[in-house]
Design a protein around this ligand. Structure first.
Ligand code: SF4
Length: 149
């Protein structure tokens, strides 16, 4: 198998700048595990999380649920203090930037770094750790397809 550009690992530490949580439309899909974790931290039933904070998204993968947005396109979970559910944030957020699309090539990684100041700074992740995040991200993505709620 060809060597990956991250053979010697990569650096990343989230600065919690919120650039990826605000002012831009996007989906943050939830798996059943994500939903359970959010419901637990908010101390409300999962059905209420779906009703108050989520939106349905229909596509080739069927129905999935995503966190909704505020009027200005901020994530519904964002407030002036940053992510209000940080410790229970969904796997999609948790596993960034170790996503297949970002790890496709050095160029994709560098490109992601243009909007994320945490890329190429801070903690060093080994290739094994990066691939473990990739596996977690993929497993969660599969679960999103089986649906929530
Ligand atoms: S843009 Fe990067 S550094 Fe800023 S909050 Fe998002 S992941 Fe963290």
């Amino acid at each position: 198998m060809a060597a990956q550009f991250y053979e010697n690992g990569l650096r990343f530490t989230c600065t919690r700048c919120s650039a990826c949580c605000r002012y831009d439309s996007g989906y943050v899909f939830l798996s059943p595990v994500d939903l359970k974790r959010i419901a637990a931290v908010l101390a409300i039933p999962e059905s209420e999380v779906v009703e108050r904070y989520c939106t349905n998204v229909y596509g080739s993968a069927g129905r999935r649920i995503s966190l909704a947005e505020q009027k200005n396109k901020d994530c519904i979970m964002w407030d002036s203090g940053g992510c209000s559910i940080y410790d229970a944030r969904p796997m999609q957020c948790r596993s960034f930037p170790f996503w297949p699309v970002v790890l496709e090539s050095r160029e994709a990684w560098t490109d992601a770094g243009r909007s994320c100041p945490g890329i190429d700074t801070g903690r060093h992740y080994t290739k094994q750790e990066i691939e473990q995040w990739l596996r977690r991200h993929r497993a969660n993505r599969e679960q999103e397809r089986t649906g929530c709620g």
